[in-house]
Design a protein around this ligand. Sequence first.
Ligand code: PEP
Ligand code: MG
Length: 757
Amino acid sequence: MKELPDILWLEEIRKEDIAAVGGKGASLGEMAVIGLPVPRAFVVTSHAFRRFLIETGLEDSIFENFENLNVEDNHALEQAAEKAKEAVLRVSMPSSLQENIRLAYQRMDEGGLIVAVRSSATAEDLPDASFAGQQETYLNIKGTDNLLKAIQMCWASLYGARAIYYRAKQGFDDRGVNIAVVVQQLVNSEKAGVMFTTHPVTGEPLTIIEGSWGLGESVVSGSVSPDKYVFDQRTGKVVDRLIANKKIEIIAEGTHGTKLVPVPSDRQDLQVLSDEEVAKLAMFGKIAENHYGIPQDVEWSIVGSSFFILQSRPITTIKSKGTETAAKAGSAGVILVQGQGASPGIATGAVVIVRDAKDTSEVKEGDIMVTKMTNPDMVPAMRKVAAIVTDEGGMTCHAAIVSRELGTPAVVGTKKATAVLKPGQLVTVDGEKGFVYEGALQTARPAEKSQAAVVASPIITATSVKVNVSIPEAAARAAATGADGVGLLRIEHLILGLSKTPGWFITNHKEEDFVQELYDGIKVVLDAFYGKTVWVRTLDAPTDEFRNMAGGENEPIEHNPMLGWRGIRRDLQSPDQFRLQVEAFKRLWEQGYDNLGVMFPMVSHPDQFVAAKKMMQGWGVDVDHATLGVMVEIPSSAILIEDFIKAGIRFASFGTNDLIQYTLAIDRNNENVADMYQPKHPAVLRLIHDTIQVCRKHGVECSICGQAGSEPAMVEWLVEHGITSVSANIDAIAKIRETVARTEQRIILDSARARNA
Ligand code: PEP
Ligand code: MG
């Protein structure tokens, strides 16, 4: 029988070697074979690991730990895991194995090369058993001793508590689970990032590339706002670019680990990639996509003129028939909890329960975040997770809004996810249907997925189709939809992300920081929508959302913050807070951003609009030429719309999230009454219809930016009733544009038929 090798080089690896090299190793091997510039690497095979267990005698002793182990008993589980890990780390590796690794390392570059050491676990009947990154990765390792130690640490991570728990739940026998370790040249990237080889939401042939300085970790983890480039594969041109202010980078530290450092000010605003580099990366992306037959999510890096592709895996957010869950197809999908599907997409991972922002340090890339309700201070962790599940909330809650913009599947309002789901439990979240299933469910058949991703050429509609944006990092994705502008930019998310209330900035004399933060965030969106209108809404955070932040202790405690001190009411009574926002708008107007319009939330009487306008005028705004409008989200503003028009509004936009709750007395975030929250309630429709007619009579733009504007049936009704524009969520733009076009064509056809009848 052929002896199984301890070491396999990437070039030697074929797909079939998955049992020897794990999912990660096999995928790198395959990438190298199709000609992608993968950094040099060898794999310490699962055979080497077995040999280690056998020759050190661990194979017998280690698994005794797990016999009769009740994995639900946390204490026992932790103890068994600790003992097993210690045992793996304590023994020394067989010397012939050490020698094989040393020789391979030396062959890479005389043994002085800095490498990344990554676990690649395998189970007999599952190609990649490294669910949601349970096994470790060690970056920036140099020297044979450090390398051997890192490999042994990877092996030990196979017996982490979470890993044992998963395997027990998934019915894997610990004895049958193996681990391979990839030892790969660590590319000390000058610039790095990620790429989608096809537009992740619309499926258009656009390559979306994000990049920043240093190691790609800063982009992947979301700790920096990267540059964004959109490359149109049809024309071979960069059609959109967004150059961000890149404040930090992650670089290698010494011979171990990485560190986060500030980017020198002269590099912060520099463009990371030239058009030629974007085109070359897009080409590599296409090679990967063509090979796998499905759009890819690729990690890349560049050093000097050398390009590297570090990872390529299927994009999971493109919606299609192919991404239906297996459960629907009749497989054994046990539904653990159910709520509202708030952000489409399907993801599998380990549950991490987040009770408050402190717990977010536990959150790892690819986890499923389960929480009562997300808070703005959880946004950095929300960027990392594969899906979000909440107990509370509805389609318009914080978790729903932010998840949609991040493109992360989310199920909200399950009532009991934090009680039912267990830390470490493997689950599959279907953000469209609102189900959370037990275990990893089969998702898509690749061929169907890529077919369904194809979108027809852009559709022109008479009714403008705009997009909602809440976080500037979503601006490029939003712009890539081809939307006709931004119908709602919620700026409170810019402030909430700073973890300090506006009052804190004022009390601590940091007004300039506040203005700058707003200015920078809004500018990102204005740049992404150059030449298209962007309606920026003034602050509208309820007091309870400010409570956890610095300065939050001064927020009034309100019984019902939804009906409380928010929106224009608060700004009119807090001139300092209002003035700082206006200062940011003024600076942008002075910079020539004529596409900026300002929208006031929660207005109930035209006097409030007049008062706001007067204050702005007092601060030097040319209010007669500025585009100022209001949200219609309180029934009184719908009833008084003609008076608002007389007071000089240039546009009105339905905030149906609030308009529905205030018309029907249904708390929009209360899952107990969620089924009574009816966008098409006749009273709501009457208010909307009447408002549209008055706006039309006066030639004032009438729009919608509430969640109902992302629902095709409602949009059909709105177009029939004469709305001027609709503003939808990023993920809904394609279907809303199609709905608008179809409705408009039907109206024309009906009227032509009526004429000919
Ligand atoms: C609305 O009320 O419909 C709206 C868009 O505003 P928000 O969801 O931020 O209250
Ligand atoms: Mg509102």
